[in-house]
Design a protein around this ligand. Sequence first.
Ligand SMILES: *Cc1c(COP(=O)(O)O)cnc(C)c1O
Length: 395
Amino acid sequence: MHIKKQRLLTPGPTPLLPAALHAMMGSDIHHRTEDFRRLYKQVLSDLKEVLGTSNDVLVLVASGSGGLEASTQNFFSPGDEVLVCSAGKFGERWVDLMKVFGIKATVLTAPYGDVVRPEAMEQAIAHNKNIRGVFVQASETSTGAQHDVKSMGLAVKKTEAIFVVDAITGIGTMPLEIDAWGLDIVVGGSQKAFMIPPGLAFLSISPKAWAFAETAKAPRFYFDLRREKKSAVNGESAWTPNTALLLAFAEALKYIKSIGMDKLVENAQLLALATREAVQELGLELFSSSPGSSVTAVRPPAGMDSGLIVKEFRNRFDAIITNGQGSMKGQIFRLAHLGYFDFHDLFAVVAELELILAANGHPVRFGSGVARAQNVYAEAALPNAVPRERELALT
Ligand SMILES: *Cc1c(COP(=O)(O)O)cnc(C)c1O
């Protein structure tokens, strides 16, 4: 038998930042005190800073879906017309939400793995002047695909509609210029690139979106953002907050500020690039035609259920990776890069994948995938070492 350390390597929940985890033990504080108000104000201002927006930011006690619900019910009324750009499981969640609130959604659907093109979105809004909102996932975590939210946002900005972006795995994995691109509502979640456990959702809300909130008639109570905003000004939350998670969030935000949001994004991008190169070197195919950097979806070898790879990671290495969701179950496995992931994680995952493939009848040359990942690292971090490597290979 071998020692196996359990490792959480999924695209949410993601690996936890130790400092954030330790901070949670200080949660014996009361939320109507000056101590708490100081903490809450710090969290809101640091969050605003790392998101790089002048829009209001609010935090809710909920998983990410609570933020999606809030961004629907606070800005629209039953009978309103909206456009949903759906390219996977989370796009379908928008559609479900619209049904619940009686909002009439026109749905632009891209096949799983693909994305909705900005031109198609522009055409659809030009076609129907009644559309008051456009909804999309920045990063569609179920397929690993990434939408061009810049082009989409700039197009919606020219209209009366607001642009609502589920950026729950987009934040920290791709550049998002919230103000410049006209991203009116941006939703994030704690358990993705923010390196802390599930349980906090947050939103940035533009003045254009707040104007919608004035007339919105969809029912809401717990996630009433106007109420939340009033409390936030005083450093308080409307309801009893999750103090443990807020303490963790404060540490994570401090960490992200110390490295820089752009570096967090670059980290995910470089890991994603190295992963794509490594798995292709092993003869595997990428699933998405527009791969993002939050998670890489990979097809297993022909004839193999992807669930076997997920199970093998767990059984052999106690590493938890994810299968496809819904209809993609068995068709893809997903390797995550968002948040507190590093090259150490990646090299090990690729080496383990090689062993798992070999153990299940898919011949690989041990080290070939790892070498590809090492090359990506070397080109980025050891520019002087790369030419020497090449010279050695030539002699
Ligand atoms: C994780 C995630 C969500 C939210 O899911 P919860 O389980 O409610 O946290 C929503 N959208 C995307 C794109 C996600 O990755």
